[in-house]
Design a protein around this ligand. Sequence first.
Ligand SMILES: [Ca+2]
Ligand SMILES: [Ca+2]
Length: 377
Amino acid sequence: MIVDYQNRKKTKSIYLLFCISLIVVFMLSGCNLRTKVDDADGKQISPAPTNIPQSSSSENNTDEEPTAAAPTEAAVEPTPVAAEPTKAALEPTNAAVEPTPASIDPTDTVVEPNNDNENSDKVITDAPNFKDFIEINECFKDYSFDVSYDETLMFYERIFTIHGRYDMNGDGEADEIHALLKADYQEGSYIEVNGSRVVVNYCNPSGDIRMIDLDHTDSYTEVAIFDDGPSADPTLLFFRYDGKELSFLGSIDQFALMDGQGKFISWFHLANNFEPQFYSAWGEFKNGEYLITNHDVEQYIGKTFLVSGTGFFEPMDQMPENYYEYARWDRESAREFNETKVKILDINIEETDRTLNWFHVELVDGEKGLLYFWIGD
Ligand SMILES: [Ca+2]
Ligand SMILES: [Ca+2]
C-alpha cells in the first residue's frame, strides 16, 4: 500500500512537472512569436507602414540635397504626369533612352513607377506644348522708349532717333539703349547698347521698338524692333545684350506665337483658320538664325475641324501634285467659313517649307476640294 501510494504520488508529481513544463514551453514559444512580429515591423517587412516613412524621409533628403531633384518632382506633381498618358505613350523610346536617372536615384524602389513617367515628361518638355503659346504682341514689357522723328517728312523718309534705359542682361543695372532707325531701307540704321553697336542693314522700320523677354529661363530681356517689310508683312528683329556685346538674334513674323521659353511658332506654320489650331513647325533662335523643328501634321488627316474666315476652295476629288497651279485667289473661288465643319483628307507640305496652307478637304455635303487661305505675297 505504501509502495502503491508512493508510486501514485510519484506519477502525480511527474504528471504535474510535465504539465508545468508544457505551460512554460507554450509561454516561451508565444513570447518568441510576438518578438518575431515586433522585429518584423521594426525591420520594415510589412509594406504598408514602411513606405510612408521611407518616402517622407526621401522627401526630407531631397529638401536637404537639391541635387536629388527627381523624387521631389515626382512626389509634388503626380497629377500632370498622370493627366498626359498619351504623350508618354507617343514616345516610348524616350523613356528607354534615359534609364540612368532612375537607376542612380537611391529611392527608385519607392518611386519607380513615377520615375518612368517623369522621365518621359522631361523629354516631352523639349518639344513645346501648344497650350503654352501666345501671340508675341501680348508679350511686350510695359516700357516705352523715347522715340522722335521729323513729322514733316513722308513716312518713307523718316529717321527715328530712339533712346531708352533698361536692364537687358539682368545684372541689376539699367543699360543705355540708343538706336537710329531709317525707314524704307535707307542706309545707316543701327542700335547700340552701352556703346556696343549693331548695324541694321536692310530694314523698313516703323519706329516702334519694345522690350520683350523671349525666354524667362535666362536673365536677358531683349529689344524688339518692328520692321514693316516691303509689303505689309511685318517682322520683329530681336537683339540681345550679354553684358559686353549686343548681338542680333534673328527675326520672325510679327504674328508668330511664343511660349516664353525661347520657342516660337511662325504664323505661316499655323493652321490659323482651324479650330482646334495646329502647327507644322516650331523654332528657336540660334547663332543669328531661326532654326525650325518640323511637327508632324499627318496626325490631323482624317479629322474634322471647324473652319472660320475667308478661304479659297477649288472643287476636286484628289489633291493634285501641282496644287499651286489650281490656286486662283479670285472672288469666284472665295468662300466664307463660319465654324464650318471641314474634314481634312490631305495636307500638302514640304519637309523644307513648312508653310501650312494647302489642304484637301471634304465638306459636310460631301464636296471635296483644295482649300487654301490668303497668306500674303
Ligand atoms: Ca544691365
Ligand atoms: Ca530672359
